[in-house]
Each structure stands twice: as C-alpha cells, then as structure tokens.
Write a protein of this length. Structure first.
Length: 341
C-alpha cells in the first residue's frame, strides 16, 4: 500500500503567514491554538495532536487544545502531575521522537495520552528559555513522522510558544505591576530585558556577571500535601528571604513554578558562589509559611564571560548547572563547567 502524501513544508510555510496573523492579531489564545491544531493534524495525518501547558501557578499539566482526544479525557487531564520523563522533556527544551513503540514500550506508556500509538513525536514549548509545556503528536503507524513532518512540528511549536507567551504577558499586566513591592521580584520579561542590558554593560566594561537559579526540592510533594495556597506562600516567603540578601541593583524573578532566578552584575563566579552559600544557609535554616515548613533547595550558577557571552547561552548554562545539582537529590550547589554560545 502506497504511503499517504501529506502537505509539503513549502505549503506549510505559506499557510503559516495566516497562522501568524492570528497570533499577532486580537484573536484569543483558544482560537489561535485551535487553528494550529487543525493545521498540524492536516499536515501530518496524526492520530492525536495536543498542546499541553505547564500551569504557571502549579505543577499540573493542562491540555489547551487537542484533536483526537475525548472531552472526558481532556477534562480529567487537568489534574495530571508532571512525570519525570515529561519534566525532563520540558526542562531541557528539546524534541523527542519515539519511532516504534515495540522498541520501547515503557517510554510509550509514559508518553501516551488516551490511545495507544505506533509512533510519537513531542516538542518542548519555551520562551526566553523558560519552559511552557510541550506539543504532542502520535500516529497509529510506526515511523510515521518523517524529517519534514518534524520540521513542521518544530516550526509550529515556536509559534505556539509565542502565542502562550503573549497570553501570559497580558494576564500578568492585568494582575500586577512590573515589580512586586512585597518580594522585590520583577516580571520575568523585565528580568530578561535587564539581563540583556547587564551583559551588554559587562561587555563594554569588561566585567563579570553571575546568574543563580534556585529550585525547591520536592515542591510537588509540598503542593500535594498542603495545596496551592501554601505552595504559593512558600515561593513568596522564599523571594522575600532572597530579596533581603541581594543588593538593590541586583535583579530577581520567578523563573518557573518552583524556581527563582537572580542576576548579580559585577560578580565573578567566586563572588556568586559566596553569595549563593549565604543564601543557601539563610533559606535552609528557616521555617517558612504558616505550616512552618523546612525547605531544601538545589542551586545552579553560571557566569558571564566564563560560561557564555549571550543571554541565551547564560540561561542555558545555569539551567544545565541546576540539572546537575538536582541530579544529586537536591540540597547541593553546582557551578557550570561548560561554555555555551
């Protein structure tokens, strides 16, 4: 039987202009994502296509839009916790292809949504190096997703990321100002802009800059045990502790659900490590929230110019450093050892 021919990459690129108009215009997120899911299903001939977001306030996943899933499954999925496999996919920010479930049934079971499949392709969604979720596609046949199909999926994953980022920005603008007066944290988009300016200044003046990324160990357990309110209070209390220890011209923001990112202009890696050790002792020695929780943290550090010469490279370096820290079951500080462009 001759394999069905799907839409070419050239045709997809032409259609993408209309999709980008949807995202750039005043269309709401749901309508834009519905258009994207419909296009991807048409382009790839997949069994299932789903846009899955990491909820910005919890550790839960939620399906924003999908084709090939029942309403009951989609509704139930809103309470889905992030598995280790999916967490790594989202955090590292790479695509993953499982060409044949017979070759790795364990992985297939971890990735499967509602129906069994022969092959599966997932692409992480991210903006400004911050994880947003992932794009999921599966097909009944093995080896279904060709190299050209994968390129189409990667292209649309970028567009989805922009659409979700736009929606998040609008929501943040309506709910808060640029800086939280209680915690001293700024919106991540402002943090990112300040980091770009700080690196440009460091280049001109031949100075250093260190970025710290803090992660709460077993945050999902705290969330499950105490609920959303206590988990959010925990992050607020942590940011207050951090703000008390950093300088006025340092910058801090919430990076993910349970991460805090800090920029320390003028700090070498040694300076940043000293600051981190001080923060580490302050945080791990305190009981916080109304539940008097003792919190453990993992910390990654990266430095300009030792580990990177760009914002993107520096954030990649600090994320990788945190991954190394978490690999040792938390409660550890890890400085980046690699260089990223």
């Amino acid at each position: 039987m001759k394999e069905k021919s799907f839409v070419s990459l050239t045709t997809c690129m032409i259609d993408t202009i209309d999709v980008l108009d949807h995202v750039a215009g005043r269309q709401n997120l749901e309508r834009s994502l519905h258009t994207i899911v419909r296009k991807l299903t048409e382009y790839t001939g997949c069994q299932t296509c789903a846009i899955i977001r990491l909820n910005p306030d919890t550790e839960n996943l939620e399906i924003l839009n999908a084709s090939g899933l029942s309403w009951q499954f989609t509704k139930k999925y809103r309470t889905q916790k992030v598995s280790e496999t999916v967490r790594n996919l989202i955090w590292i920010g790479e695509s993953f292809y499982l060409p044949n479930t017979d070759l790795n049934q364990t992985m297939a079971e971890k990735l499967k949504l509602e129906y069994k499949f022969g092959s599966c392709y997932c692409v992480a969604l991210s903006a400004d190096q911050r994880p947003l979720g992932y794009l999921y596609l599966d097909a009944k046949q093995p080896d279904h997703f060709s190299g050209e199909m994968q390129m189409i999926c990667q292209l649309y994953a970028k567009i989805i990321s922009l659409a979700v980022l736009k929606e998040n920005l609008i929501a943040e603008i309506h709910t808060q100002g640029l800086k939280d007066p209680q915690t001293g944290a700024v919106l991540y988009q402002l943090f990112y802009s300040r980091l770009e300016e700080a690196i440009a200044k460091a280049k001109r003046q031949k100075e250093s800059l260190t970025v710290i990324l803090i992660d709460v160990v077993k945050f999902d357990t705290i969330l499950t045990s105490y609920g959303d309110a206590i988990a959010q209070q925990l992050m607020t209390d942590l940011m207050i502790l951090v703000n008390e220890q950093i300088r006025d011209y340092d910058s801090m923001s919430k990076f993910g659900t349970d991460e805090i990112i800090i920029s320390l202009p003028g700090h070498t890696m040694e300076d940043g490590l000293a600051c981190t050790k001080k923060l580490y002792a302050e945080i791990t020695g305190k009981s916080i929230t109304t539940k008097k929780l003792n919190v453990n943290i993992s910390v990654g550090l990266a430095n300009y110019p030792d580990n990177a010469t760009s914002v993107s490279g520096l954030l990649t370096a600090v994320k990788n450093a945190l991954i190394e820290s978490k690999r040792f079951s938390g409660e550890k500080i890890y400085t980046s050892q690699a260089f990223f462009e």
